[in-house]
Write a protein that binds this ligand. Structure first.
Ligand SMILES: [Zn+2]
Ligand SMILES: [Zn+2]
Length: 236
């Protein structure tokens, strides 16, 4: 499968950047699922495909704005151009944020499902709001996107055997703690190592952190780590 990084910042974008947004496509590009649609991602998604006709589903890991703020605007696009509702898989809470999502969406709670040639599986992460990691199995490969989460046993178990892990590296190691909402590079690297993954992609990159320092920390434990880069396409 192909992973297009459309945006990789959080909790706010760098200049010219975008928050979380990842387009996953089967090798034949007949099945296409968007994971998260944070600030600045929708315009980049439209460069890749027509969301009204060519997107099979949108999955939101959780309802923090850096992962979903472009969804109401996508609702406008669908109102004007879609003949059918778009499948949207997202948590029910926080209810006040969930109410902001209106329009031509068929909404489902996160639950294991098949979409085209993809298998999607979910597990809850550890974050201040209801949040899910997403596993995508397609074309013989497995990708896990952790969503926003701190280190926890459920996520470790879920990642076991993944080929690639797209991991929340929202904190520097100096700022990490067990009660914090994100992992740091060390925890991402340990997660990938224990999972036996082939590669680790560090994402949710904060403009407040030095990305090269995060990368050095991760590579000391897991050499096949690299930084998510908006605009890049990765064959998983
Ligand atoms: Zn976030
Ligand atoms: Zn979050």
């Amino acid at each position: 499968m192909i992973l297009d990084i459309l945006g990789c910042n959080g909790p706010f974008p760098a200049g010219g950047g975008a928050c979380s947004g990842y387009l996953v496509s089967s090798d034949d590009r007949k099945t296409r699922v968007q994971l998260d649609l944070g600030s600045g991602v929708l315009g980049r998604l439209i460069e890749k495909l027509d969301p009204a006709r060519e997107l099979d589903a949108l999955v939101l890991s959780h309802l923090h704005f850096d992962h979903m703020s472009d969804v109401p605007v996508l609702g406008y696009l669908l109102d004007f151009t879609a003949d059918r509702p778009l499948k949207l898989i997202c948590p029910e809470t926080p209810a006040e944020t969930r109410k902001l999502i209106k329009g031509k969406f068929d909404v489902y709670p996160p639950a294991d499902t098949n979409i085209g040639s993809m298998r999607l599986e979910f597990v809850q992460g550890k974050h201040p709001v209801e949040t899910y990691a997403v596993k995508v199995i397609c074309d013989g490969s497995t990708l896990v996107y952790t969503g926003d989460t701190n280190d926890c046993a459920e996520i470790s178990l879920f990642c076991a055997g993944a080929d690639a892990i797209l991991a929340d590296c929202g904190l520097s190691s100096a700022n990490w703690g067990p009660a914090k909402p994100h992992m740091d590079a060390l925890h991402c690297a340990r997660l990938a190592k224990e999972a036996g993954a082939r590669e680790l992609i560090l994402t949710h990159l904060s403009p407040l952190n030095d990305p090269e320092a995060l990368l050095d920390e991760a590579r000391a434990i897991f050499p096949s780590a690299y930084l998510a880069e908006a605009g890049s396409s990765i064959l998983i």
